[in-house]
Design a protein around this ligand. Sequence first.
Ligand SMILES: [Zn+2]
Length: 104
Amino acid sequence: MIFEINKDQRIVVNASAGGVAIESSNLRERCPYCGSAYCYFSCDQSQHDDKQENEAEVKQRQLYNAAIDGLESLIIALVGVGVASEDKLRLAITEALDAIGNRF
Ligand SMILES: [Zn+2]
């Protein structure tokens, strides 16, 4: 299942007999220096430059990405149990992303 949320946000969920998994997702915010969604002041450039992202912004990004982790876990669970149609699931994901975005 491919969920195109908008032109910048997309999540691909692979559901097979072996289970459900996130195949790809670009929902997480990324380090402006190295581009990794899992870099929180880990790359050399981010440690020596606060111009693009300072410590408070890193913390916000970390919290936002933790919320996305939770959302992706819920998506896996919902697809796994077949709770909703793909269209309704896409709508629910969009609304959840809006709700998460409004908190940050
Ligand atoms: Zn980085």
